[in-house]
Design a binder for this molecule. Structure first.
Ligand code: AMP
Ligand code: GLY
Length: 445
């Protein structure tokens, strides 16, 4: 069958690369794709933008596309799946109504509270005065979020009530986030370690992907401004067998059941951003109606199952016949970003060393092919991704392979995977001491 992947980032390069490995795949198109998908012999870029629904539908009908996989959230929230379905085309993703789980933070918070799914206490406001008053009723720090889509940049953590006041009025009155900021969600700060938990679902049937963790901050040690994600790894050892089971019973299953009960059954990738509290409690930080970027890269590098048949299974409500299997090996992806990112960044720089990936798979994020040269075109440029027997091994491999790659102004974090690496070191140290008690500490996919 012919397959279409919509989007232009590292996530879409990885989705298309994995789909093309399927025996079911004839041609795999990427709209618009990037320099990485342009260079893959099995992939064909199509110059259509993700929000050009008419153009994409015309293309899909013309090329007899039997499966479309949508990468980014904006077209999903705007109803691309409904439009494709109206045209008789199979498109993997939630309807516009179900994508509101990501499209509106007040919708998702209301949904969580209604269905008794644990999350931080919150209030949702259009008025500054009420939002500031509610913020003062919460202990510091306080979390302020723009309601709508803000490309990961609409969340601020205020360390004082004065800072909270400023952020609230900046969002509500300053028009800093456009329509996304006309409503704000003010919420309690949650303590703990975050993990990304992604499933593919149709109604209440689902299959879980391997666990992962991303690093949102720009600098080592999780310092500095938030980005789209500077690196990710899989599995996330914070998700022990016990936590894994709790996530399914307390978060994923009630969410899918709640969406059915509310008349918006969920189909597609559902990404739950979770806070694993020191006490073992689990709370939802956010939902995304798509795969994570850069989580896709390490997760799909570990995937051993036929991805196209699982995606088709979800679209056709045949997930019961599908399984997702992952190699025991861990994977680490490190993002190489442009100078200045996540603020205004340098573009159009030639990238060297792409022909020397070592043992890594180099997924392209913000790149373009110009003649025979690959040049930077986005803030996150590449996601160098490697497998290893442990997160520590995969991390060493990636950092070794990165040495051969470069472009002017390149910046990247040196500590991707550090939490898992220090856990692994502690385990080795305790087993060297003769301890055998690693029970309950096994990571689960
Ligand atoms: P979101 O866009 O809602 O995922 O928020 C972006 C990031 O802000 C999350 O990945 C967390 O690191 C942080 N964050 C958001 N909400 C909270 C919260 N209530 N408590 C602690 N950290 C939060
Ligand atoms: N890596 C975070 C996200 O995809 O939202």
């Amino acid at each position: 069958m012919n397959i279409l992947v919509i989007g232009s980032g590292g996530r879409e390069h990885a989705l298309a690369w994995k789909l093309a490995q399927s025996d079911l795949a004839d041609r795999v198109f990427v709209a618009p794709g990037n320099g990485g998908s342009a260079l893959e012999p099995e992939l064909t870029n199509v110059s259509l933008e993700p929000m050009d629904f008419d153009g994409l539908i015309e293309f899909a009908l013309h090329e007899k596309i039997e499966l479309t996989v949508v990468g980014p959230e904006a077209p999903l929230v705007a109803g691309i799946v409904d439009r494709f379905n109206d045209a008789g085309l199979a498109c993997l993703g939630p309807s516009a109504a179900a994508a509101e789980l990501e499209g509106s933070k007040s919708f998702s918070k209301q949904f969580l509270v209604k269905h008794g799914i644990p999350t931080a206490a919150y209030g949702s406001f259009e008025s500054s005065a009420q939002a500031c008053e509610f913020a003062r009723s919460l202990p510091l720090p306080v979390v302020i979020k723009a309601d709508g889509l803000a490309a990961g940049k609409g969340v601020l953590i205020a360390q004082s009530y004065e800072e909270a006041d400023k952020v609230i009025s900046h969002m509500l009155e300053g028009n800093a986030f456009g329509h996304a900021g006309h409503r704000v969600v003010v919420e309690e700060f949650m303590q703990g370690e975050e993990a990304s938990f992604i499933v593919i679902a149709n109604g209440n049937t689902y299959r879980s992907f391997a666990t992962s963790q991303d690093h949102k901050a720009i600098y080592d040690g999780d310092l500095g401004l938030n980005t789209g994600g500077m690196g990710a790894y899989s599995p996330a050892p914070v998700v022990t067998d016990v936590i894994h089971e709790k996530i399914l019973r307390e978060i994923i299953e009630p969410t899918l059941a709640g969406m059915i009960a509310d008349g918006h059954p969920y189909t597609g990738f559902l990404y739950a951003g979770l806070m694993i509290e020191p006490t073992g409690g689990i709370k939802v930080v956010e939902f995304n109606c798509r795969f994570g970027d850069p989580e896709t890269q390490p997760i799909l590098l570990r995937l051993q199952s036929d991805f196209a048949s699982v995606c088709l299974g979800a679209v056709n409500n045949e997930l019961n016949d599908c399984s997702l299997e992952f190699t025991e090996d861990a994977a680490v992806a490190v993002v190489l970003a442009a100078e200045g990112y996540p603020l205004a960044y340098r573009k159009n720089e030639e990238i060297q060393g792409l022909n020397k990936p070592g043992n890594s798979k180099v997924f392209h994020c913000g790149t373009m092919l110009e003649g025979t040269k690959v040049k930077t075109s986005g803030g996150r440029v590449l996601a160098v991704t490697a497998l290893g027997k442990s997160v520590s091994d995969a991390q060493s491999q990636v950092y070794e392979d990165i040495q051969a790659i470069g472009f002017p102004g390149m910046q990247y974090r040196r500590d991707i995977g550090y939490r898992a690496v220090s856990r692994e070191k502690r385990l080795v140290a305790s087993s060297n001491k003769g301890s055998t008690s690693s029970k309950g500490n096994n990571s689960r996919d």
